[in-house]
Design a protein. Structure first.
Length: 299
């Protein structure tokens, strides 16, 4: 059983409106999204493309529903672009999240990323050069210091279609960066990358004390196998339903929840299961996720 005083539960708006595929959930409103999050029993949210950009407007809408902002995606381009551009954008992003009360900034290195391209996700994955790795590590070490200026934590979101996708790549990143660079642990993406439960369990075992944020998502094995066989892109997989909420797929979450308790993790666990809302009703699936987490953890 997990400690309610240390762990908060959130859910990402990507189940209602998809940032990478705007046609998915295009008719769903911001108000519907956050109202259904609250109705399902979640207390936190990340930020989606329909959320108000004005902090005062956003705060008012969330306060009415008892929802907090816990994180928001930020794309870095240290491997391909002028680092000054990423740093300038990061500071603006950091200051917005700080004003919203978030303590974590989740970042993904998008240099050479194919996650949004019509390319087979496993055949065309980017591989960083040694020079690119050096730029990446230097850049993230700088961002971590900038995050600390606001008493926040920088967390790397390992992600399919990027140069930090596999267990080996995550290990190199964590080994080479400073200890104030944290990991955004994503159950769905690490299973997707390696195709086995062992990868999920090993990743949280190896870096439990440097995890600052957790994404809980599951994988539908039949869709995953078809994606590999037919060489789909990442977004093809999303549309077909490769991801689902915890408890609805192949991943066993028992060890994840055990490790969260054993290491006395403090922070957010966020359900982030991007699906086509026309096929997977967001309220229905958010309730399914909430019930599963309650049964497994007592949260």
């Amino acid at each position: 059983m997990l400690d309610k005083s240390k762990i908060k539960l959130g859910i990402a708006p990507i189940a209602w409106t998809n940032d990478d595929l705007p046609e998915l959930g295009s008719k769903n409103t911001f108000e519907q999204c956050v109202s259904e999050m609250a109705l399902a029993g979640f207390e936190g949210s990340e930020i989606g493309n329909k959320y108000p950009k004005d902090p005062e407007v956003l705060k008012k809408a969330l306060d009415l529903r008892g929802i907090q902002i816990c994180n928001a995606w930020f794309s870095t381009f240290f491997t391909t672009n002028d680092p000054a551009e990423t740093i300038e954008g990061f500071i603006k992003h950091r200051d917005f999240l700080y004003e919203m009360g978030a303590k974590v900034i989740g970042c993904s290195e998008q240099g050479h990323s194919i996650q949004g391209l019509d390319k087979p996700i496993f055949d065309n994955k980017p591989i960083f050069t040694e020079e690119e790795w050096e730029k990446l590590i230097e850049g993230y070490n700088k961002l971590a210091v900038l995050a600390e200026e606001k008493e926040m934590k920088l967390a790397l979101h390992h992600h399919m279609g990027t140069g930090i996708q596999t267990s080996e790549e995550i290990h190199r990143f964590m080994k080479d960066t400073n200890k104030n660079v944290y990991l955004l642990f994503d159950t769905g993406h690490i299973y997707f990358s390696e195709g086995k439960q062992e990868a999920v369990d090993n990743l949280i075992d190896n870096y439990a004390h440097r995890i600052a944020h957790i994404h809980l998502k599951d994988v539908r094995q039949n869709v995953y196998e078809k994606l590999i066989e037919e060489k789909w892109s990442f977004l093809d997989g999303i549309k077909a339903g490769v991801f689902t909420v915890p408890g609805d797929g192949i991943i066993d979450f028992d060890h994840v929840f055990f490790k969260v308790k054993d290491t006395e993790y403090e922070g957010w666990m966020v359900v982030e299961a991007e699906q086509d809302p026309a096929k997977a009703n967001p309220l229905e699936y958010s309730l399914k996720a909430r019930n599963f987490i309650r049964e497994k953890t007592s949260l």
